[in-house]
Design a protein. Structure first.
Lengths: 458, 181
């Protein structure tokens, strides 16, 4: 039970327990709204474009992409790192904030965790289809085979990535599903007919027994405890894909913390983008309050500043190292052919979030939405800048080349956005988007007289 | 075994009420079978003398298994079966580069080992039928349940105690349920 005379309540509007159940189950029990149908259709069309582009790539080979011998990693890895980063906010909210006992996370953790899972699915598509012969993708796993003793190389960060991303996806999925079970049981107990059967299977016989609640809370705590280093390790390993190479602009020890901060930064941008729409469309202003939005804006401001610090440090170290290749890489970023990407990144990631020092900016939803979108664009440019501008000027000037994406690559990226939003729309229609049982446990204790109506209406 | 069993249960509508009732019942000779609440009511497990779960130990052992698995896998493939010579450096036991995979497999085995044990222990599995006394026990009602086959149960005393602590309904029911002690 949580009530403090100083802090604002985390659930407003004088809700009772029953009100919470009603409010959060309403979108599941009612027919989909017009807004939902329009959004779902647009997302599904985008997803279909993505499926087509991916199929085209698989049949024709990755020659249909704009990558070449010098710029061998470009749009695809940019998108991979971008999506993985977006996923990180979900784990930060559900795991790290649980360990820090930040109770406001209960209003937003379910959506954020769902976002993690969908984002990791989108991310995983890029390296898998960059392999070209995707039907041999299982070769990334250390499987016994008939090619002599051909094992994977455990010294390679790319292989660490395979383990990190697959572990991250699996653990996030488990954490999300265990969190969902009590809420699915709530939906089940209200449902009739076929829905009751389906939710009955999904709820796995959960009945809210005290013994199970004790186990459940322990399991969630331990999962949070292991997910916290896990989420940090995932982006650390992603950054090592670059940092362990000898490419100027990649070969830096600052990459792991810099990438983790950037991941959380972009992830919170996406959480805000989704939740600001969801709270408006689904009328969840009492659960995702201005207080929640403000807290997330503060995280964006902090991580945005960390990312800005990393940019400046990188520049300084390039100068301080005295290595001319390193210095050229950074000057070329800011003034070379991709200067526009660099300055978009700087504006969106370093300057834009500083506006959140103003309380008005943090507490005005439409403005937060705008900045969150800017942050997402900026973080996409960050990855593009790191990857493409570091590669396109090789040691040998004869290999210098420029890169631009083909329509197929753009199609795949648009497609992952479509897949992500399609999944999110389905999730918001069929599963409770707010953790019902967790919100009930942190709301201000209802006065007993208010509960009288709950009894008589029964 | 599933069979028809008789239960006595009280329904509360405030977490504090069920908690007070559980504490009041501690001084009597009546054993609470279980409580069913829409969210974790902290302290209720202690009031019912529920033993601390040993899942944390399971988690540790599973993590250890994952770690050993990762070390053996990497040692066997990259050191024993096919030693990799990278740049002429001795790659016999590249310990630092084995760390990330050790960590990831430890986490993976901890999570799934503990998760699956939790599902088995809590008997939450796909297809398990739920024991629901009140449809709103997952909404806003808090159910305290007693086994009527328990000889030492004093029905009168329990009913009046629950009512005294705010139970708005006390019922007896015969239903199909798992025997859970």
């Amino acid at each position: 039970m949580y009530e403090s005379p100083i802090r604002e309540p985390l659930v407003t509007g004088g809700k009772t327990y029953h009100n919470i159940t009603e409010d959060i189950c309403r979108p599941i029990e009612n027919k989909p709204t017009k807004a939902w149908k329009i959004g779902f259709t647009i997302s599904a069309i985008l997803a279909a474009i993505g499926v087509y582009s991916i199929a085209y790539t698989s049949f024709k080979g990755i020659g249909v992409w704009g990558i070449n011998k010098t710029v061998g990693w470009a749009w695809d890895i940019t998108n991979f790192v971008w999506w993985i980063g977006i996923g990180h906010a979900g784990t930060l909210i559900s795991a790290i904030l649980l360990l820090f006992r930040q109770k406001w996370r209960t209003g937003v953790n379910r959506s954020a965790e769902a976002m993690t899972i969908f984002a990791v699915i989108c991310a995983g598509l890029f390296p898998i289809f960059h392999m070209g012969r995707v039907w041999l993708a299982y070769f990334v796993f250390p499987l016994p085979n008939a090619l002599g003793s051909l094992w994977v190389n455990f010294n390679s960060p790319l292989l660490w990535d395979v383990f990190a991303i697959s572990t991250y996806f699996s653990v996030s999925l488990l954490f999300w599903y265990i969190g969902l079970i009590p809420d699915i049981a709530t939906v089940r107990d209200r449902a009739v007919g076929r829905a009751r059967k389906v939710y009955g299977v999904l709820a796995m016989g959960w009945n809210g027994s005290t013994r199970n609640w004790a186990r459940y809370e322990l399991v969630c705590l331990i999962l949070a405890g292991i997910s916290t280093p896990l989420v940090l390790s995932v982006h650390t390993i992603v950054s090592m894909d670059f940092a362990t190479s000898i490419v100027p602009g990649w070969h830096t020890t600052i990459f792991p913390p810099y990438f983790v901060a950037g991941a959380i930064f972009s992830g919170f941008g996406m959480v805000l983008t989704l939740l600001l729409v969801a709270r408006k469309v689904m009328n969840y202003q009492n659960y995702i309050t201005i207080g929640h939005i403000e807290a997330m804006c503060k995280v964006i401001m902090l991580t945005g500043s960390l990312v800005g610090l990393a940019y400046i440090t990188e520049f300084f170290v390039a100068w301080y190292s005295g290595v001319q290749y390193e210095q050229y890489a950074f000057i070329n970023r800011a003034t070379g052919p991709y200067w526009w990407a660099y300055w978009s990144m700087m504006t969106c990631n370093v300057i834009a979030p500083q506006i959140f020092w103003s309380k008005w900016a943090r507490t005005t939803p439409w403005f937060v939405f705008l900045i969150a979108a800017v942050v997402n664009v900026g973080m996409w440019f960050e990855r593009f800048v790191i990857i493409v501008t570091s590669l396109h000027r090789d040691y040998l000037p004869s290999s210098w080349i420029d890169y631009s994406p083909t329509i197929t690559e753009i199609g795949i990226f648009a497609g992952t956005l479509g897949i992500f939003f399609t999944c999110y729309f389905l999730f918001s229609k069929f599963l409770p988007v707010i953790a019902i049982s967790e919100v009930k446990s942190i709301m201000p204790v209802p006065e007993k007289h208010k509960l009288k109506d709950a009894v008589t209406s029964h | 075994m599933r069979k028809n069993r008789k239960f006595l249960y009280g329904v509360f509508n405030h977490p504090d009420d069920i908690l007070e009732a559980a504490y009041a019942l501690r001084s009597t000779n009546n054993q609470i079978l279980d409580c069913f609440t829409p969210f974790a009511v902290h302290g209720l497990d202690r009031a019912m003398n529920v033993k601390r779960s040993r899942l944390a130990i399971v988690a540790f052992l599973m993590g250890l298994t994952g770690f050993i698995l990762a070390v053996s896998l990497q040692f066997y493939t990259n050191v024993f079966d096919w030693p990799m010579n990278i740049g002429g450096k001795p790659a016999q036991l590249a310990v630092p580069t084995f760390v990330p995979v050790c960590f990831e497999l430890t986490v993976l085995c901890t999570a799934y080992g503990m998760g699956i044990t939790f599902f088995l222990r809590a008997r939450t599995l796909f297809g398990v039928r739920e024991t629901v006394f009140e449809a709103r026990q997952s909404d806003d009602h808090f159910v305290m349940c007693f086994d009527m086959e328990n000889k030492s149960l004093n029905i009168e005393e329990v009913s009046s105690l629950m009512k005294q602590h705010g139970a708005f309904d006390v019922k007896q029911v015969e239903m199909l349920a798992r025997a859970k002690k």
